[in-house]
Design a protein around this ligand. Structure first.
Ligand SMILES: Cc1cc2nc3c(=O)[nH]c(=O)nc-3n(C[C@H](O)[C@H](O)[C@H](O)COP(=O)(O)OP(=O)(O)OC[C@H]3O[C@@H](n4cnc5c(N)ncnc54)[C@H](O)[C@@H]3O)c2cc1C
Length: 503
């Protein structure tokens, strides 16, 4: 059989690129196939009229160079392994929350400063606040001491269990807990519990009770250790560096090429068929598409289909990429903001506004005297699917919705509507079309109370077909899909007889 590569990767999201880079560096040949003309998926950047916008992600973990705390420090470790570096700028505030009833809380890098701020609003819950955030720290301490690897790799699990027995058991017990139920052990004030909900919703798009404690232990603790660091030049600097690593070790990336089918013969994945009909064969295939797209579009055999409702489908997004007059952004304005006007609606489409202005940290993203702003809300493709994308009614609906969001955003940035010089609007249909994501969804979520270990891992029902990205454990977010890429590469490397060394 003529193989195009040992491993073919469908999609150049961060999960796929991470797996490709680590396998290629280990000596396997890889071919990454991307339908767009640029890499990165939801973590790409695009340029328009002198502005550089982040397609999706702007808040980044995993760039600390402190080696005492490691597992969560994956970007630094991977780039070191690849012999590359990505310059970043430290952000002193993870998110500035603007919530109902005047609850205004910046989450500072320094945890004490953040907790002091929170206690200023809830002095009667001071002890509960300390105990809850201390519990998240304890999860973080366990996770950051364990090496990253595949939970399906028995040799890895035996090694970690043998050398870190106590921590492995403690972690297994913590996977049974939810963030919200843990909060309710220590905290009574309903307003503060709402704050804990938005702390969860802002990255997990679920309330705290539905969110596993283990995931919270990463996002809400690491921000005070490794911190939040923005890549110089925009989010696209991360996929660009991963591609440089792949190519440096001889790997290939094919752009503008869409995989139409994952070829399966006798129950084994043997390669892919491109939309032009060309067949490319490999020993293993990694799908970086969502679980719905992999099982219901790329695999043609109905035996591999999954029901849409097997997982909760996270919503999609309505996004505004704005170029604005810098005069509207006051001195000292923080980079990332989350706004809620009404607690009854925070988890409904459009209920929570996410807002980032990364050119505050990196002025190279905007022309002189301008800023880039990315403001977005959750949305559903069903609200837009009746409109024809080429039609004036679609454009008008987008502009009307954007206008209403801009007016709400003026609460934190008065005059914003008048300061807009460039506006690029994207609906769930855009998200679905550009990234091949089923209904433009942010990805599958666990049902409330489900153990985090029930998330799909890297193996699939088809032999030699693997998955990496936000449909797999641990879930959404750039650092999470990086972990999934590491664990996917580790599992494949061991199966093909040349295990990866720990990062
Ligand atoms: C609006 C928004 C804001 C976000 N903010 C943050 C944030 O601040 N911090 C954070 O950590 N995370 C954030 N995220 C989440 C994070 O960006 C994603 O979880 C992560 O980037 C997803 O990576 P992935 O590997 O799953 O692949 P994706 O990003 O989904 O990329 C998959 C790639 O595969 C390609 N592809 C799919 N099917 C095919 C095919 N058949 N043939 C060829 N190519 C194909 C697609 O074109 C795409 O390039 C945000 C996401 C969004 C949408």
């Amino acid at each position: 059989m003529h193989y195009s590569a040992d491993v073919i990767i469908v999609g150049s999201g961060i999960g796929g690129l991470t797996a490709a880079a680590l396998l290629q560096e280990r000596g396997f040949t890889t071919l990454t196939i991307e339908k767009n003309m640029y890499p990165g998926g939801s973590c790409a950047s695009f340029r328009r009229k002198g502005y550089t916008f982040d397609v999706g992600a702007s808040v980044f973990y995993g760039f600390s160079d402190n080696d005492d705390h490691g597992t969560l420090n994956l970007h630094s470790r991977i780039f070191r392994r690849l012999g590359l570096s990505v310059a970043t700028i430290a952000d002193p505030v993870q998110i500035h929350y603007h919530l109902p009833n005047g609850l205004d809380v910046p989450v500072y890098y320094r945890q004490q400063a953040f907790l002091t701020e929170l206690k200023r609003h809830f002095p009667h819950e001071s002890g509960g606040i300390d105990r809850f955030y201390r519990e998240l720290e304890s999860v973080y301490e366990i996770l950051s001491a364990l090496p990253a690897g595949s939970l399906e790799d028995i040799v890895h699990i035996a090694k970690v269990g043998g050398t870190h027995f106590g921590k492995t058991i403690a972690l297994a017990l913590k996977t049974l807990k939810s963030m919200g139920r843990t909060a309710r052990k220590y905290i009574r004030d309903p307003e503060l519990l709402r704050f804990i909900d938005i702390e969860s919703y802002s990255w997990a798009v679920q309330d705290a009770v539905s969110t596993p404690l283990v995931n919270a232990g990463i996002c809400l603790a690491d921000r005070h250790h490794g911190g939040i660091n923005y890549p110089l030049g925009g989010s696209g600097a991360i996929p660009a560096a991963l591609c440089e690593g792949i190519e440096k070790f001889g790997g290939k990336i094919l752009y503008n090429s869409e995989v139409q089918e994952i070829i399966v013969r006798n129950g084994k994945a043997e390669g892919v068929r491109l939309s032009g009909g060309e067949e490319l064969l490999s020993k293993a295939v990694i799908s970086n598409a969502t679980i719905w797209d992999t099982c219901n579009r790329l695999l043609k055999d109905p035996r591999y289909r999954i029901a849409e409702e097997r997982f909760l489908r996270a919503p999609s997004w309505f996004q505004m990429y704005l170029g604005v007059d810098a005069g509207v952004v006051p001195e000292g304005f923080h980079v990332h903001h989350v706004m809620v006007d009404d607690w009854q609606r925070y988890d409904q489409p459009g209920g929570t506004i996410y807002f980032s202005a990364p050119s505050i940290l990196d002025p190279s993203l905007a022309p002189e005297g301008r800023h880039v702003i990315h403001a977005f809300v959750t949305d559903e493709s069903s609200r837009w699917s009746h409109l024809d994308r080429g039609d004036v009614s679609y454009r008008k609906a987008k502009e009307d919705f954007a206008g209403s969001l801009l007016r709400r955003t003026e609460k934190i940035l008065p005059g914003l509507s008048d300061a807009v010089e460039l506006s690029v609007l994207a609906t769930p249909l855009t998200h679905e079309r550009y990234l091949n994501r089923f209904r433009g969804s942010y990805g599958p979520l666990l049902h409330p109370g489900q153990n985090v270990l029930l998330k799909p891992q890297n193996r699939t029902a088809v032999k030699n077909l693997y998955a990496a990205g936000d449909s797999t454990f641990p879930g959404q977010g750039v650092i999470a899909v990086t972990y999934s890429g590491v664990s996917c590469a580790s599992y494949i490397a061991r199966s093909l007889g040349n295990p990866l060394e720990y990062l």
